[in-house]
Each structure stands twice: as C-alpha cells, then as structure tokens.
Write a protein that binds this ligand. Structure first.
Ligand SMILES: [Mn+2]
Length: 276
C-alpha cells in the first residue's frame, strides 16, 4: 500500500475538534532582515519527525493528550488584515480551548491576540528585540511592533518582556514610560529565578526563536548574539500552564535545520505544559 505522506506535528491527528489545536500561520510579509519564515510551520513539522513524541522532561507524551494539528491558515502574502481575517475564520472552525501557533514572522501574534485577547490575562513576550516600536518601516502591523500592539490590546500592565538585548533608545525609553515589566538577557543571566513567577502567571507565551543565542538558533529573521541557552528556559518550563503559545521567526529553507529541531522540541514541551 502506498502511504499518503501528510506531515502533522509529532504525528498528531489532523483536523479533529479536540481541546488543543496546532495551527500554522505562514505569514512573513513584514520580515525585514532574513526572509523565509513562511516555511516555518512546515519545517517544524518535518523536524518533529526526527524527534520522539515522549518528553523525558515531563515524562509524558504529546500523543496522550487531546491535541490535533489543523495545518496552516491560508495566507494572503502582503495582506496583513486579510490574513488576520483568515485566522479569525480558522479559529471559528477549529473551536479549540487552547492553541499552539507556528509562525510566520512575529506579526502573526498581533493577529492571534486580536481574536483571543479577551481570554488572556498575562502575555509573555520572549524575544531578543523588544518589538515595542509604534511603527516599523512605516507599518503598525509589523514584527517590530508586536509587543506594542499587545500592550494596546491587553493593557501594558498585562504584558511582560523577557530576554531582550537590543533595541533603539526611543523604544527602550517607551518601555519604561509605559511601565512594561521587562527583563533583559543580562537580567535573566544574573537572576534566572525571575522566570519562575512570570511563567506561573503566563497564559499566552510568545516565543521568538531569536531569544536564543545564534549558536543554538541560527535560522531566525534577525539573529542577535549573546543570547540565552535553551536549557536555561527548559528548567522553568515546568511552571508554565499556558492556554496559548506561539513559536515564530524560524527562517531558512534547509530541510536540516538545528533551529527547526529546537523549535519542534520546544513545541513538544509547550504542548505537554498546556495539557497538564
Ligand atoms: Mn520578535
């Protein structure tokens, strides 16, 4: 018998109305340095085929839980608002309680928050860049403005920034003026225990893969040296119980990508954290 080779994340069942849904949003029209995150969802799914669905960290397997992979939203490249409407339609069809979204560039988080912000009490933005500019390259809906838009939707007291180590002076000043709780990479390296309390109260985790050092995650839209090692975050994953999560900014068209494998492993741990 021939096998129809459709790839779902960790071989999860496809398009079933279950409590937890995986959904790709391969929109990368606001990417500004390295391009290609439209292939992110596919590369993460392919990389998951090389990994075990069992997590030794949680001692649980993703296949134990009611999780379904719904494939990708139909993206209109260059059309942020049109794609955001497609995301709305997809969420209506899927009707899950919890979601893991696979980007795409970081502007996809503005789309998901637009529809889900009423269910989010604490949004945690993990990123090398604050993404707190009001506009970037004249766009309000850009991957450089995600945290700013999140603050507008949720209130600036309900967003937290973790792991930044770059940014322009106006942006860093705005973070202070708006009272955003923010911890740089250097703050976290000095006192990593700060992650525990933040992870405990987070119900939306947005992970820009560039928070990791480029040695671990080279295939990202805007690599930034001096980043965090993945193991540091892993130690605190046990405190996470998010309803929503996304993994964004995986670029590069290589089938064999260390970054994609890292993203897939994190997807596994996040899905189990969401399920338990
Ligand atoms: Mn970002």
């Amino acid at each position: 018998m021939p096998i129809l080779n459709h790839v779902t994340l960790f071989g999860l069942p496809a398009a079933k109305n279950l409590d937890i849904a995986v959904l790709g949003i391969p929109f990368d029209s606001t990417q500004s340095a390295f391009v290609g995150s439209r292939h992110g969802p596919l590369l993460i799914r392919l990389a998951s085929k090389t990994l075990n669905e069992f997590s030794l960290f949680f001692k649980r397997s993703v296949s134990e839980f009611p999780i379904s992979d719904w494939g990708d939203v139909e993206v209109i490249h260059g059309g942020f608002l049109e794609t955001m409407q497609k995301v709305r339609e997809a969420l209506g069809t899927i009707g899950a309680k919890k979601y893991l979204f696979l980007g795409g560039d970081h502007s996809i988080t503005i789309m998901t928050l637009q529809h889900l912000h009423n269910q989010v009490k604490m949004y945690v933005h993990i990123d090398a860049d604050p993404d707190f500019e009001d506009t970037y390259q004249e766009l309000k809906y850009s991957h450089g403005c995600t945290l700013r838009r999140a603050g507008e939707l949720l209130g600036y007291d309900r967003v937290v920034l973790l792991g930044y180590r770059t940014g322009i002076p106006e942006e860093l000043k705005a973070l202070e003026e708006f009272g955003v709780e923010a911890y740089s990479t250097y703050d976290i390296l000095e006192n990593e225990a700060v992650l525990k309390d933040i992870f405990k109260k987070a119900d939306y985790i947005s992970l820009d893969l560039d928070v990791f050092d480029p040695a671990y995650a080279p295939d990202v839209g805007t690599p930034e040296p001096f980043g965090l090692p993945p193991n540091l975050l892993l130690r605190y994953l046990k405190y996470l119980r998010p309803k929503f999560a996304d993994i964004v900014e995986l670029t590069g068209g290589e089938l064999r990508s260390t970054t994609a494998t890292l993203a897939a492993a994190i997807a596994r741990e996040l899905l189990i954290a969401m399920s338990t």
